[in-house]
Design a protein around this ligand. Sequence first.
Ligand code: SAM
Length: 238
Amino acid sequence: MNKGTLFIVPTPIGNLEDITLRAIRILQESDVIVCEDTRQTLKLLSHLKISKQLISFYTQNQLKRIPQIISALENGKNISLVSDCGTPAISDPGYYLVKEALSHGINVIPLPGPCALVTGLVGSGLPTDSFIFLGFLRKKTGKMKKELIQAAQTEKTIIFYESPHRIIKTIEVCKEVFGENTNIVLARELTKKFEEFIRGSIGEVINEMKTREIKGEFVIIISQNSKNIDSTEEEEFV
Ligand code: SAM
């Protein structure tokens, strides 16, 4: 019997229009959809009018689930992996499933699509040519600081995710590491009704955030550099 394929299918990070035609077709054609929170995925599937068997897969059940999913793939089932939002395997346990599938000789096909870190970066106005993504930072201040110091040494644009209730504390740590004049952008509620980019120096953004009730989802982007167009590379317009 032919083995099935594991498809990695990105889903919207807020705006339900942000799903590709290919992603919809692959979800329709899959035998099973592996997701994080089944309630979250059911909302998307009912919007797309797709009805499929769902299997939950998250950090707390991954050890039990991975062999079950691999066995279904070995028995010829085509499986789509989705996450609660955005691209699976970015800041969720999807990586472990992909690794295991590959080690069992299973074909893995990733689809391109929404991803909060890329959406936040390209709208930030900070350099996009070279960046480092840290996922969620360590929670303990000392470990967080160490992670940020290591990233700072690369001089690349730094991107990470943070939950709203930790934002101010985390930016205070950023101020200690990078200094209050370094550029920071908080990309909030991307693709949603209250999408905004809070841009400024770390000092300015801390002051701004202290005046607010902090709600929503955030991507944080920091750059120690700003880039200008190299005029020697410019071609004539006509
Ligand atoms: N797999 C997702 C992706 O491709 O971006 C990321 C999943 S991670 C578990 C969830 C985090 O992504 C949130 O805590 C937040 O930091 C960020 N995020 C997700 N959606 C977002 C949005 N619409 N606006 C800003 N940040 C978002």
